[in-house]
Write a protein that binds this ligand. Structure first.
Ligand SMILES: Cc1cc2nc3c(=O)[nH]c(=O)nc-3n(C[C@H](O)[C@H](O)[C@H](O)COP(=O)(O)O)c2cc1C
Length: 574
């Protein structure tokens, strides 16, 4: 059955399948989920996967998003009488998986909810009603009978602080919820099409897991101690069965290289309050663009103060999401610990959502200043529901911070090129272009000269875009943009304008004359010509992405003029 939600006409469907002996999946397929959350970059919708394991006792692993309420509950009731369910296992309390816990408890009030200590605390705050509970620790087992012995693996921060995995010894299935997932909605229950899912798998890892690379490694170590894993039953996207080793291997490889990064920034926040978890992630994403590792620490969890001191001590910069002033003694102690462990070699950035009940921002910032910390970006104060522009602002603030803490290293690297090679490379020249892009409500632009036609059939161009450019996240596969070609003798004003240092989130088109292209991106009125482009693929070349795009529409507005050419003296600068 397909349900079209009233307001948005978005397709929601549901699928059930036996995936192992006495084990069903109930997959809620959200075909058109908006790309509003930062990890929904590649526009392939998502799924919320729930599982039913029927031994002598019956366990339900996670539920679904509240938007699937009727569809999910009807489907579940088609499979089983809810009062027959003994356990509801909560992998973590994020609403897209636990959105229907209250409904399940209504249908089956005697169910025992199983989760980590923190998950059950969070759940108390979410549903405000008593329920039977079982707190599990790492290695604890729960025997459902008929061979289904469940073993729990504590996997904090993947990607919530309360996360657990569940391993069924009979079916060798590991239920991991967010970890190893991807936002990818197809009818395929499993990962048979590795090539198709790889870009989303990587993108999801980068957004949600990379900021917790160390926690990923700890979880992998715990997984190594289990028997063979036949299937990874993820909470989003296809379940991993055909490529378990390959795909877990990728997590290992990516996390090892992140954990090895010389420079780390700690982001400390309280995710319960407002949207700070999403903002923290957006800042983390921006920092990651500069090859700096991020350690996200949710102060709501069971924070070990000694560990907190160590993390702060190792960080080049601290980002602090203002905790609520009534956040409790634990959070206040954590805050004092961060302040007490900070040092003058570090940078600081502060963000605040909602306001009102938060700790006041400026007195705290001043305390860090007094300790000698360098302020990396102006305080981000979000008073309204975050929009795409808010997340972009946070991402750009994160990138600015990453660039600040790696500045000395970047200068050293640039200078290290041999003089002859540097000069020879400098003889490679290009034109001058402004790339302009609009995605949703977010607009951005950059000056580029590493641009070249790259194919006749299809007509295509390549552009080298540094990984830490603000516009980079608007140039993902499938995104559209305009390549504005500048005019010889008349490029200076535009070049000067777009080379300005824009504050995070600044409108780069203020005082610039534009009109809208068919693909929605701005065309610069003073450009010599423009072409409309769509990104087809991106090649990782180290510090840049070489973005290959096909072009369709294009127009020359000044037929008698030539393209501005950019001659260089050295190869280690544009
Ligand atoms: C002449 C010239 C050519 C440039 N060409 C490129 C380019 O091809 N790719 C790129 O990523 N950056 C290029 N840049 C750098 C960006 O245009 C510049 O750093 C810009 O301000 C980006 O800032 P942002 O990261 O805040 O968006 C060039 C800079 C200059 C001066």
């Amino acid at each position: 059955m397909v349900v079209l939600t009233d307001k948005t006409k978005k397709r929601l469907t549901i699928e059930t399948l036996d995936i192992a002996p006495e084990t069903n999946t109930i997959r809620s397929l959200d075909w058109d989920r908006d790309r509003f959350d930062i990890e929904f970059g590649l526009q392939n919708g998502t799924t919320y996967n729930s599982f039913l394991i029927q031994g002598e006792k019956i366990a339900l692993v996670d539920t679904s998003h509240a938007k699937f309420r009727q569809l999910y509950l009807d489907t579940l009731q088609g499979l089983i009488n809810p009062t027959d369910i003994d356990y509801l296992i909560i992998s973590h309390t994020e609403p897209d998986h636990s959105g229907l816990v209250k409904d399940i408890l209504q249908l089956a009030p005697n169910i025992t909810v199983v989760g980590s200590k923190i998950a059950l605390q969070f759940l108390d705050n979410l549903i405000h009603q008593p329920f039977e509970r079982k707190i599990v620790k790492n290695g604890v087992r729960l025997d459902l009978g008929n061979g289904h012995e469940l073993e729990f693996v504590i996997a904090p921060n993947l990607h919530w602080p309360d996360t657990i995995f569940t391993y069924d010894h009979k079916t060798q299935t590991l239920f991991t919820c967010d970890a190893f997932g991807l936002h990818y909605c197809t009818d395929d229950t499993f990962d048979q099409d590795l090539e198709a899912i790889s870009p989303d798998y990587k993108f999801y890892y980068e957004c949600l897991m990379a900021p917790n690379a160390r926690s990923v490694m700890s979880a992998l170590k715990r997984m190594d101690a289990l028997d063979k894993i036949d299937t990874i039953a993820t909470g989003h996207g296809p379940l991993l069965r055909h490529n378990v080793e390959e795909l877990t291997g990728r997590y290992r490889k990516w996390s090892q290289s992140k954990a090895k990064a010389e420079t780390t920034v700690g982001i400390f926040y309280v995710s319960e309050y407002g949207d700070s978890s999403n903002l923290a992630q957006a800042i983390g994403k921006g920092i990651n663009k500069t090859e700096v590792a991020v350690e996200l620490v949710d102060l709501r969890g069971d924070v070990d103060l000694q560990e907190l001191r160590e993390i702060v001590g190792q960080c080049k910069a601290i980002v602090l999401g203002m905790p609520p002033s009534k956040g409790g003694a634990g959070i206040q102690t954590a805050l004092s610990t961060i302040l007490g462990s900070a040092n003058e070699k570090q940078a600081i950035g502060i963000f605040e959502t909602g306001g009102g009940d938060d700790e006041p921002t400026y007195p705290l910032l001043n305390k860090f200043r007094a300790l000698g910390l360098n302020v990396a970006f102006p305080v981000i104060e979000i008073r309204h529901t975050p929009t795409e522009n808010t997340y972009k602002l946070c991402e750009e603030a994160g990138t600015d911070l990453g660039q600040l803490v790696t500045r000395d290293k970047s200068i050293k690297q640039m200078k290290s090129l041999g003089a002859d090679l540097d000069k020879a490379l400098g003889r490679i020249s290009g034109g001058l272009y402004i790339i302009t892009a609009k995605k949703g409500d977010v607009k951005s632009a950059m000056l580029a000269s590493w641009v070249s036609q790259a194919s006749f059939k299809p007509l295509g161009v390549s552009i080298a875009v540094a990984k830490d450019r603000a516009i980079e996240s608007l140039m993902l596969v499938g995104d559209k943009f305009v390549l504005n070609i500048l005019e010889e003798g008349n490029y200076q004003p535009l070049m000067k304008h777009f080379l300005k240092r824009f504050a995070p989130g600044a409108d780069r088109f203020a005082d610039v004359q534009t009109q809208e292209a068919n693909n929605g991106s701005p065309i610069l009125a003073d450009a010599l010509a423009y072409v409309e482009c769509e990104v087809v693929s991106r090649m990782d070349t180290g510090d840049h992405w070489v973005v290959f795009s096909t072009v369709d529409t294009g127009k020359v507005s000044k037929p008698d003029s030539l393209t501005a050419v950019h001659h260089r003296k050295v190869g280690n600068h544009y």
